[in-house]
Design a protein around this ligand. Structure first.
Ligand code: GCB
Length: 590
């Protein structure tokens, strides 16, 4: 799926800014026809943003169900004869879109984009109205999953019909239009999709391009331009192979990007699309993760799209700040825990040279239990959930496959892979991911003990999260190194595959100090990380360390979360804790 870009044949118009907005507290909007003009008593809401923290209304923060967005937009008369496409970057978690009262799109999955072709129903040279209903409901057909919950304590009074949204993952269920809403045009015959694969042979690069054209036949031509705009290779046809002598391979420290220029020519005209291309290879061989044929050690974080006021709304200023902090601290990679991030984040990673583990929103498949039965039971992660999971995988690979930064797919975070049903659920997800993209390793981030696991053989790399001395033996730093060492050894013994510690960390209230260290102080976080590093440095099969988390982030309220998860090495406002300096010292030596 191509990112919307301007070119000599394509126009682009952002529909970001202030929209009309109303929460559908009575669930009446659809029956009452709000899709025609928008909700009847709107307030203003910013797009892109989560709506939850923008107002002073606690009921809106915790609202469960639809919210409605609406605005007017103009389609230039000059666009007549072009395809006009509306692209919604993210409607979290379920979006329905109407233009001029007619439904044009519906999409489930809050972290991936969707499009609607408007050409037929749109007024050229005049005003049009777009209305989007966004639902934040989570159930066992959505990723992540959730349940509607009545009052938890049956003997206590609750208002009639009282329901809250329960979920099993550790980040706040922010919702709304989180990413850009855009209009763009293409000619009637247009480049629908590109699949780019790259390879290296000695000092030459190979770029294979599959071009899909829609709307009619066209002559396809590909040119590859270097960073100064000089053509380095050219080819014709839907299956093109471009050979680049004296290639500049892509990687951290040298994120060299070529520009692939694809032209589809018909007697009526042509469509031009430009795609940035980084030429690199990834592989898992002999117990190592190889980037461009050389062993690569991952240093970095599990992150979140999360910030004050905006919630999960993409903001280019915040995103760039995060990358500057990643650079400052000496990181070379991150995981899009626990959902695919905005495409603009991957573009920054391409340009600045960071490796990305791209993860689905399959999270909350473990801390479930509590007498509710198995995760992999028909009423939970059963056939409906699996079908959706496969769909998310397809959409994620389709969106992200052309990014050089994406080096591994993570199909899920922390699942009950010890359960009898886990393998039947996940085997098709791994198989489909490999069919869609045979060029990248695939993993599932684990949290259970190695002996009970049923799916590790499906992974190219074993990724594990561990918190010894935090959730177990709380406060006992002295046990951390030995316990973590034993745990990692056990996984390695079981599968003989490279191991990646994808989470380790300790909640820390910035500004809290204690020596000797106690939990939640900055001294404790520093020593906690040092003890984990002592374990990692003593093992020769480790391929990476990702601290949990890059920055403090919002979670649902609960007794173990003091205004969110505080395992950030940076505060939510992106200021360093002591641990940030500790990591910077370690990672700048590596
Ligand atoms: C985990 C989860 C992550 C949590 C983290 C924690 O294992 O993968 O989503 O936020 O632990 O801090 O407990």
């Amino acid at each position: 799926m191509l990112y919307p870009r301007e070119s000599e044949s394509r126009d682009l118009k952002e529909l970001n800014g202030l929209w009309d907005f109303q929460a559908d507290t009575a669930g009446e909007g659809r029956a009452a026809g709000w899709f025609r003009n928008g909700p009847p008593k709107p307030q203003l809401m910013a797009v892109p943003a989560s709506y939850n923290d923008v107002t002073q209304d606690a009921a809106l923060r915790d609202h469960v169900g639809d919210v409605w967005y609406a605005r007017t937009f103009f389609v230039p008369a000059a666009w007549r004869g072009q395809r006009v496409v509306l692209r919604v970057g993210s409607a979290c978690h379920h979006g329905t879109v109407w233009v001029n009262g007619v439904q044009v799109a519906e999409h489930k999955g809050g972290y991936l984009p969707f499009e609607a072709e408007l050409s037929a129903g749109v007024t050229f040279g005049g005003a049009n109205r777009v209305v989007i209903a966004v639902s934040n409901r989570l159930d066992w057909t959505t990723l992540p999953p959730g349940d509607l919950q009545a009052g938890q304590f049956g003997n206590l009074p609750y208002p009639a019909g009282y329901r809250t949204q329960e979920y099993y993952h550790d980040f706040f269920n922010y919702a709304g239009l989180h990413r850009a809403v855009r209009l763009y045009t293409t000619p009637a015959t247009y480049i629908r999709d590109l699949a780019v694969r790259t390879d290296l042979h000695d000092d030459a690069g190979l770029v294979r391009v599959e071009t899909e054209v829609a709307g009619g036949p066209a002559e396809i031509a590909c040119r590859l331009l270097d960073a100064t705009g000089n053509e380095v290779a050219a080819a014709r046809g839907a299956h093109a192979e471009l050979r680049v002598p004296r290639v500049h391979p892509w990687g951290p420290g040298h994120p060299y990007l070529y520009t692939l220029e694809v032209t589809a020519t018909t007697p009526q005209g042509r469509d031009v699309y430009r795609q940035p291309v980084g030429i690199r290879t990834v592989a898992v061989r002999d117990g190592r993760f190889l980037l461009n044929g050389k062993p690569f050690y991952f240093r970095g974080f599990g992150m979140h799209e999360d910030a004050d006021v905006r919630g999960k709304g993409h903001d280019p200023v915040n995103a760039l700040k995060d990358f500057n902090l990643l650079r400052w601290i000496g990181a070379n990679s991150f995981r899009t825990s626990h959902y695919p991030y905005a495409e603009e984040v991957l573009q920054l990673a391409d340009r600045l040279g960071f490796l990305v583990i791209d993860e689905t929103p399959a999270v909350g498949f473990y801390f479930f239990g509590g007498g509710k039965g198995d995760v992999f039971a028909p009423e939970h992660a059963g056939a409906a959930m699996q079908a959706h999971h496969l769909q998310v995988m397809r959409e994620m690979v389709a969106r992200d496959r052309n990014h050089p930064c994406v080096v591994m797919w993570s199909v899920a975070n922390e699942s009950a892979t010890q359960e009898a049903g886990a393998r039947a659920y996940f085997a098709p997800v791994f198989a489909e991911t490999r069919r869609l993209d045979p060029t990248r390793p695939v993993t599932l981030v684990q949290c259970i003990d190695a002996p009970g696991d049923t799916i590790g053989d499906l992974c190219d790399v074993i990724c594990v999260n561990r918190y010894y001395g935090w959730y177990t033996d709380s406060g006992h730093l002295e046990v951390v190194t030995a316990q973590l060492t034993a745990y990692l050894r056990e996984w390695h013994k079981r599968y003989g595959k490279p191991l990646f510690l994808t989470e380790y960390g300790a909640d820390t209230l910035a500004g809290s100090h204690s020596d000797p260290p106690v939990m939640f102080t900055e001294e404790f976080q520093v020593q906690y990380l040092q003890r984990c590093h002592a374990a990692l440095d003593g093992l020769d099969f480790i391929i990476g360390e990702h601290v949990w988390n890059f920055a403090d982030f919002a979670t649902k309220q609960g007794t173990t979360r003091v205004i969110g998860n505080r395992k950030g090495v940076f505060t939510r406002q992106r200021q360093p804790k002591m641990a940030a300096h500790e990591l910077r010292a370690r990672w700048s030596k590596k």
